[in-house]
Design a protein around this ligand. Structure first.
Ligand code: DGY
Length: 369
């Protein structure tokens, strides 16, 4: 699909993306926009090289694609200066290779914060209250009357929610669970010291795009405690843990929000699962390889009261054997950012990233800075 065929700059999107705002933005700035409409869900490196062709100024790509040395050299040969992932996560992008070939890399933080946190909150409730199991039971025609022991789950109020990775999304999730369900909070962040600084830098870009995108962060939690006190309510407790293990031991619901890199690969493994409460709920809306999925399946089998809500998987689109058969697992297909507003926002931000570099605008969301 081609828009504005006579545009000066050729921008390729490897997938159709929601809305038209991103297309209009590019067209208004003299871009020819080419959208790949191949039926195949995951494009190979060869498919993308063919899309790049001989002349390409910038590419908007997806998290399912492997943006490494081969693609960045192809893009650079075609005169390309910019690549944006339509995602906040960029573990599929080799930023060093991009630097080597002089291609700037963008991602789409901010616009998906609340939507992703809402899915993590939904999964927390769904797993804690056994909603999928109960739904299957109803549909199977098994309900023959109210029973005191039917699908008894966990009450969240007064329990402790543990957040690992307290950036934008982890913080928004914490706020929802603390404000909405009066949970106590314990959190741990691997990048504690540099987090605030990074946050400010990214929000700068988002604020230029639309002031109401400005998101929340963990540093607002104390103010919330004071608000509750002023209103005569029992404030929940919140604390920053000194280790991840402290969160794993103390929390009843644990939600994972780190980025995926060498330090977070299999962050949750056999040993960490062993120290969690037997009736804990574990949520992952970050990246699949943060959990050792084989160890998780084993743990779920051994501990039927332990529950998980997973949006992401170690080898997407596959699930490790046995996971799909377990009643104590709720699984959804990587949809945490899938609200209309957010997906249109991500597409727009990705287009702005590419456009920013091509036209030399100051607005830039570059994970490498
Ligand atoms: C991301 O943005 O990194 C999500 O995984 C998809 O929205």
């Amino acid at each position: 699909e081609v828009w504005n065929p006579n545009g000066k700059y050729r921008v390729v999107s490897t997938k159709p993306m929601p809305g038209t705002r991103w297309i209009n933005l590019l067209i208004e700035q003299d871009c020819r926009v080419e959208i790949c409409t191949q039926k195949k869900t995951i494009l190979s490196v060869e498919d993308i090289i063919a899309l790049i062709g001989d002349k390409c100024d910038g590419v908007i790509g997806q998290l399912t694609e492997d943006w490494g040395e081969t693609l960045f050299s192809a893009l650079s040969r075609a005169g390309g200066k910019a690549f944006s992932n339509m995602a906040v996560g960029y573990n599929n992008v080799d930023v060093d290779a991009a630097n080597k070939y002089g291609v700037a890399v963008g991602n789409t933080p901010g616009v998906l914060t609340e939507t992703t946190a809402e899915l993590a909150a939904s999964l927390s409730l769904t797993a804690a209250r056994r909603i999928v199991e109960a739904d299957e039971f109803m549909r199977a025609g098994l309900y023959d009357g109210w029973l005191p022991n039917l699908f008894v789950g966990n009450l969240l109020k007064g329990q402790t929610v543990g957040v690992i990775g307290a950036g934008r999304i982890g913080s928004a999730y914490a706020r929802m669970m603390v404000e909405g369900f009066k949970m106590n909070l314990i959190y741990y962040d691997l990048y504690q010291a540099t987090r605030l600084e990074k946050h400010v830098q990214l929000v700068y870009c988002i604020n230029l795009l639309a002031p109401h995108f400005a998101d929340t962060c963990m540093f607002h939690v104390p103010a919330y405690g004071q608000f509750l006190k002023a209103n005569g309510e029992q404030p929940v407790t919140w604390k920053r843990a000194s280790s991840m293990e402290e969160v794993l031991r103390e929390a009843d619901v644990i939600s994972l929000h780190p980025i995926l890199d060498k330090t977070t690969y299999h962050l949750v493994n056999k040993d960490s699962l062993a120290i969690m409460k037997k009736e804990a709920v574990l949520i992952n809306c970050s990246r699949g390889p943060v959990i050792d999925e084989v160890a998780l399946v084993e743990h779920l089998k051994q501990n039927p009261m332990f529950r998980v809500g997973l949006d992401v998987f170690e080898d997407e689109p596959y699930m490790k054997p046995g996971l799909a058969d377990l009643k104590n697992a709720v699984v959804v297909p990587h949809i945490a950012s899938a609200s209309k507003w957010t997906r249109e926002g991500m597409a727009t931000l990705a287009a702005l990233n590419v456009l920013g570099k091509i036209k030399g605008y100051p607005v830039w969301s570059n994970p490498n800075q």
